[in-house]
Design a protein around this ligand. Structure first.
Ligand code: KG4
Ligand code: ZN
Length: 353
């Protein structure tokens, strides 16, 4: 089955065509990230306007990649179904994608599947894998993105995947913390890659004597929740302290970036592995933009190497928002709805177990 997936939950406009939930046939993505780096963070109105201007060019580029010799309407005839991110996300951005999907469904009479963006991130782990290498279930997933940090239990009941939340952030998401800390350090948006870059440059500075330390929030609490807003505040206080002593130099910046990354990675990895130890899933799955982080990927790989559980980390291109994960999620949870019933929902969530 060939599914065309549309993703517009935040600042990426992405359309992909995926066969049988795992083989990527075409994908193109445009991002309004450069406009947000000028303002130090996403302005929802700007993101929505950019979604509108990117949507049709991205759709036609994907169809051209899929079927270079055919016009877009001809290429569309070869698609079996449509899928669209319903939420959660920025409402103005979501409306552009859902309305595009619904219009295509109306005009082509093809079935359309509404997709929860958080669930879609988990299906990045099925992409470009052969069926005998698909993750075994039940699974435990960490979704760490700009808007969410959640630990999710997933299993398959009859034909339907079911998802339940075991814990998550009580305030800022991990990606949001990266973004806000990057802003405090005077770096651009998105903050995660910017902090990762500085952290990497800091590797030749010995860690031993550094007085730059940041907290590991909720690390030792006996639950699967997170809190990252205090980490950002601690960083801001450290910057102020260093500035008052005239010590906020490039070396301090590198060390602070390293501490931010180390703190976020340590908390995410430790608590997710604690959840896996308690619930004993067959597979441990990562997803979301923050799981593109190299230090996080290496730490998970190292700490699960001696464990029974199989670790699945999506290719980096499937970690951040894109249409492939939407098409994959729709294939594995194939429940089309009449187009008229599909509504964008900014606060769609995964229910607590
Ligand atoms: O999943 P995503 O593309 O969008 C949302 O659903 O929110 O995630 C975006 C987030 C941003 O906060 C960005 O800073 C973070 O993912 N991110 C990273 C890295 N690449 C993107 N964080 C840490 N390290 C990275 N390499
Ligand atoms: Zn996302």
């Amino acid at each position: 089955m060939i599914i065309l997936g549309i993703e517009t939950s935040c600042d990426e406009t992405s359309v992909a065509i995926v066969q049988d939930g795992h083989r990527v046939l075409a994908v193109s993505t445009a991002s309004s990230e450069q406009f947000h780096s000028q303002t130090g963070g996403i302005i929802p109105d700007t993101a929505a306007r950019k979604q509108l201007s990117f949507m049709i060019p991205v759709l036609t580029a994907t169809l051209k990649q899929f079927s270079p010799q055919q016009s877009a309407p001809e290429a569309l005839k070869k698609i079996d179904a449509l899928a669209v991110t319903q939420g959660p996300g920025l409402i103005g951005s979501l409306l552009v994608g859902t309305q595009t999907g619904k219009t295509l469904s109306l005009l082509t009479n093809k079935p359309i599947v509404p997709v929860n963006h958080l669930e879609a991130h988990i299906f990045g782990n099925w992409l470009e894998k052969e069926p005998d290498c698909f993750p075994p279930l039940p699974g435990l997933a960490l979704i760490a993105s700009g808007g969410h940090t959640e630990i999710i239990w997933l299993e398959k009941k009859a034909r339907r995947f079911s998802f339940s939340r075991l814990g998550g952030t009580r305030d800022d998401a991990a990606g949001e913390c990266f973004d806000k800390c990057a802003r405090a350090l005077g770096l651009g948006y998105p903050g995660g890659p910017a902090i990762a870059k500085l952290a990497k440059q800091s590797t030749n500075i010995p860690s031993g004597q550094s007085s730059i330390k940041l907290p590991r929030p909720m690390l030792n609490q006996n639950n699967f929740d997170f809190s990252f807003s205090g980490l950002k505040t601690a960083l801001i206080n450290q910057i102020a302290r260093l500035k008052s002593k005239g010590l906020f130099n490039q070396e301090a910046k590198l060390l602070l970036a390293r501490e931010v990354q180390d703190a976020i990675v340590q908390v995410l990895v430790t608590k997710t592995i604690a959840a896996a130890t308690k619930y004993q899933p067959q597979s441990l799955l990562l997803g979301g933009g923050v799981t593109a982080n190299q230090a996080l990927r290496e730490e998970f790989t190292q700490l699960t190497s001696q464990k029974e559980v199989d670790l699945f980390i999506p290719q980096i291109r499937f970690c951040t928002d894109n249409g492939t994960i939407v098409a994959a999620a729709a294939y594995f949870n194939y429940f089309p709805q009449p187009w008229s019933k599909i509504t964008a929902s900014s606060s769609l969530e995964i229910k607590t177990k």
